[in-house]
Design a protein around this ligand. Structure first.
Ligand SMILES: [Zn+2]
Length: 356
C-alpha cells in the first residue's frame, strides 16, 4: 500500500495540465471542462527528480502508519532514446524524436493518453499531452516542412481549441502515405509556413493557448492526410528510451467487439508499480494497421509485467514480458481471457486506405 498514495498524487498533479479539449477545428467550440481542484498547483515541473520525500522521523510507536518513503518511479528521468528511425520489426515505425528535449518532462501524461476521454466532456483525445514547463522549447520531431503555423490549424480560427499551433509535413511518410505532426497550445511560434526544419529544431515554445487547463504540449501524429480523423497513437511513433519497451493491446468483449474506455492494470513484477490505462474511446481515433490496438502504454522498463482486467467482476490476468526497444502485444477477449502473442491477421478493410 505504501506506493499507492504518491501515485495518486502524481495522477492528480498531472491531471491539472491536460488538454481542456481534444477536438479539431472541425468541431464546434464547446464548454471547457471544469478544471480539477489541483489546477492551482505549480504546473512548472510537477515531477521534479528531487521529489523523494525526506525519510520520515522514527515513529513514536511501532504501530503508527508510516508515510511513504519513496516516490513511484514516474521520475523525471529516462534513458537516452533509441536512434531514429527505430524499426525493430517490419511493423514498427518509431520514426520520431520527442518534441521536448530530455532536460524536461518529455513523455506523455499518463492518465490522458491517445484515445483517452477527458473526464465528463466526452472528448476523445487525438494526441498525447506532454507536461513540460511553460516556455520550454518545442522541437521538430523529424525533418519536415511547416504547412501551418498560427492560431488554429490552417486558418486563423480564434475559436480553435488548438490555440497557437504548428503542423509539419515530414520528409518521409509511411506505407506511401504522408506523415504529419501537430504541436499545439504554444505560447510562441518561431516558424512560418513553407519553412523546412531539421529534427530537433525549435519551432515554438510550450504554452497554454487554446482550450487547456494548464501549460503543456499537445502532440499529434497524422497519417495519410492532415485531418482530425487521421490521427494515430504517437506512443507507437516516438522512439522509446533505450532498454525500455512498449505494450500494445486489443481489448475486446467475448464476441470480439472492442471495449471502449475499459480499465486495464499493468503491474511490474519486480517493483509492484501499477499503471492504470484505459482503452481508446470509441470515436475519432485510429488503430495501427498492424497492431489494431485499442491500448498502448510506452516507456515501460524492460521486465515482466502482469496485465489485469476485471471483466464483469471476473479477474483475468496474464504475464507479459516487455523487451528492450520492442512492442509487446496481447489480445483480450472477454470471458475467454488473454491471448498473448502476435496480433491477429489484419482485416484488409480495416487497414489504412491509400492516400488520395
Ligand atoms: Zn492534448
Amino acid at each position: 500500500m505504501k506506493t499507492i498514495l504518491p501515485l495518486l498524487l502524481a495522477v492528480l498533479l498531472l491531471a491539472s495540465s491536460a488538454c481542456g479539449r481534444a477536438a479539431g477545428d472541425e468541431t464546434p467550440a464547446g464548454e471547457l471542462p471544469t478544471p480539477s481542484p489541483t489546477a492551482a498547483l505549480d504546473p512548472g515541473n510537477p515531477l521534479a527528480p528531487d521529489q523523494t520525500p525526506p525519510p520520515p522521523a522514527a515513529p513514536a510507536d511501532a504501530l503508527r502508519f508510516e508515510l511513504p518513503t519513496a516516490m513511484e518511479p514516474i521520475s523525471a528521468w529516462r534513458p537516452p532514446l533509441y536512434p531514429v528511425p527505430w524499426a525493430p520489426s517490419p511493423y514498427d515505425h518509431f520514426y520520431l524524436e520527442r518534441p521536448i528535449a530530455a532536460d524536461e518532462v518529455n513523455w506523455p501524461l499518463p492518465n490522458y493518453r491517445y484515445g483517452g476521454v477527458f473526464f465528463s466532456s466526452g472528448q476523445v483525445h487525438t494526441g498525447i499531452d506532454i507536461p513540460a514547463e511553460y516556455g520550454a522549447p518545442v522541437l521538430a520531431a523529424g525533418p519536415g516542412t511547416v504547412v501551418s503555423a498560427g492560431w488554429g490549424l490552417f486558418e486563423d480560427n480564434p475559436a480553435s481549441p488548438y490555440g497557437r499551433a504548428v503542423v509539419l509535413r515530414h520528409d518521409f511518410g509511411y506505407q506511401n502515405q504522408p506523415l504529419f505532426t501537430v504541436y499545439a497550445h504554444l505560447s510562441e511560434i518561431d516558424v512560418i509556413p513553407g519553412q523546412w526544419l531539421a529534427t530537433g529544431e525549435v519551432l515554438g515554445n510550450v504554452g497554454d493557448s487554446g482550450h487547456t487547463t494548464g501549460p503543456h504540449l499537445h502532440f499529434e501524429v497524422r497519417l495519410g492526410s492532415d485531418q482530425f480523423f487521421s490521427t494515430y497513437n504517437p506512443e507507437l511513433w516516438l522512439s522509446p528510451p533505450q532498454g525500455w519497451g512498449v505494450l500494445a493491446g486489443r481489448v475486446m468483449d467475448t464476441n470480439r467487439n472492442l471495449l471502449a474506455t475499459y480499465q486495464v492494470f499493468v503491474i511490474a513484477a519486480d517493483s509492484g508499480q501499477t499503471w492504470e490505462v484505459r482503452t481508446y474511446g470509441s470515436e475519432a481515433v485510429n488503430s495501427d494497421p498492424y497492431y489494431r490496438e485499442n491500448l498502448v502504454i510506452s516507456d515501460l522498463p524492460a521486465g515482466l509485467y502482469t496485465v489485469r482486467i476485471f471483466y464483469y467482476g471476473v479477474r483475468k490476468e496474464t504475464e507479459i514480458e516487455i523487451l528492450p526497444g520492442r512492442v509487446s502485444y496481447f489480445t483480450f477477449q472477454g470471458y475467454l481471457g488473454f491471448a498473448p502473442g502476435p496480433p491477429p491477421t489484419p482485416d484488409p478493410l480495416e487497414a489504412l486506405s491509400p492516400a488520395p
